[in-house]
Design a protein around this ligand. Structure first.
Ligand code: TMP
Length: 230
C-alpha cells in the first residue's frame, strides 16, 4: 500500500506521517517512511539544491523538472522496491505537491504538470492520499509561531501571504475533488493525537490485513489492472 501525505506547510504532515508509521508498525506492518523532495541519495541532493533557493534562479520550469527528476529517482530506488517487497510506503509529499506548488506558485500549465506526472509516476500512483487541510489564517499563524517572525515584517506581507496560502489550500482541495477515491481531506485543526487517530482509523479501513506483512504487491499494467501472473 502506498500512502502519501499532502497539504500546506505547517499542516502537521510530517508529524502525522511519523505517527501513522509508528501505529502501523505496532500493528505488525513493515513500513517504509520517506519524503519528497528526497527519499533517495540523488533525490536528497536535488532537495538540497531546491531548498537552498539556488534552483529558483533557474525559473519555475527548471524547478518543475528538478522536482520530477528527484521523484523519478526516488520511485526507482526507494518506493517501487519497497512496494514490491510488500511494505507499506508512507511518503511525506508526492506528486500532488508539484501540481499545487508549481501550478499555483510557479504558474506552470496544468497540462504540462499532468504529462510530467504521467511520465514519471506511471502506474505507481498512491493508493491513498491524506490531505491535511488548514485555513490560510491558521497556516500563517503556525508558520509565524514556528519561525518567530511576528512583527512589522510579518504584518507587511500578511495579506500577500494569506492569498498565497489560500491558493495552495484551494489547489489541494481541487485535487481531492478530482480524485475522491484516492484522496481524503482531514482537518488539521484538531489536536495532534485526534488527527492521528482519525488517520489511523481511515488507513485501517483500507489496509489489507496482509499489507506489509508478507504478500508482495502484484505488478500492475499501465491501466492500473493487476498483471496476469505467468
Ligand atoms: P517540506 O517542507 O514538506 O519538506 O517540503 C519542502 C518544500 O518543497 C515545500 O515548501 C513544498 C515544496 N515542494 C514543491 O514545491 N513541489 C514538490 O513537488 C514538492 C514535493 C515539494
Amino acid at each position: 500500500m502506498f500512502i502519501t501525505f499532502e497539504g500546506s506547510d505547517g499542516s502537521g504532515k510530517s508529524t502525522q506521517a511519523r505517527l501513522l508509521a509508528h501505529s502501523l508498525r505496532r500493528a505488525g506492518h513493515d513500513v517504509v517512511e520517506t519524503r519528497e523532495p528526497g527519499g533517495s541519495p540523488r533525490a536528497e541532493a536535488i532537495r538540497a539544491l531546491l531548498l537552498s533557493g539556488k534552483a529558483a534562479r533557474l525559473g519555475a520550469l527548471a524547478e518543475t523538472v528538478l522536482f520530477n527528476a528527484a521523484r523519478a529517482d526516488h520511485l526507482r530506488v526507494t518506493i517501487r522496491p519497497s512496494l514490491a517487497r510488500g511494505a507499506i510506503v508512507i511518503c511525506d509529499r508526492f506528486a500532488d505537491s508539484t501540481r499545487a506548488y508549481q501550478g499555483v506558485l510557479g504558474k506552470m500549465d496544468d497540462d504540462l504538470l499532468v504529462a510530467a506526472e504521467a511520465a514519471v509516476v506511471g502506474d505507481t500512483a498512491p493508493d491513498l492520499t491524506i490531505i491535511l487541510d488548514l485555513p490560510a489564517e491558521l497556516t500563517l499563524e503556525r508558520l509565524g509561531a514556528r519561525r518567530e517572525t511576528v512583527g512589522e515584517a510579518a504584518d507587511k506581507f500578511e495579506e500577500e501571504a494569506l492569498a498565497h496560502h489560500d491558493a495552495l489550500r484551494q489547489a489541494f482541495l481541487d485535487i481531492a475533488a478530482l480524485a475522491p477515491a484516492r484522496c481524503v481531506v482531514v482537518s488539521a485543526q484538531a489536536p495532534v493525537e485526534e488527527v492521528a487517530k482519525r488517520i489511523f482509523a481511515l488507513v485501517m479501513d483500507r489496509v489489507s490485513p496482509e499489507a506489509g506483512r508478507s504478500a508482495p504487491r502484484p505488478a500492475k499494467n499501465t491501466d492500473g489492472r493487476p498483471k496476469r501472473q505467468r
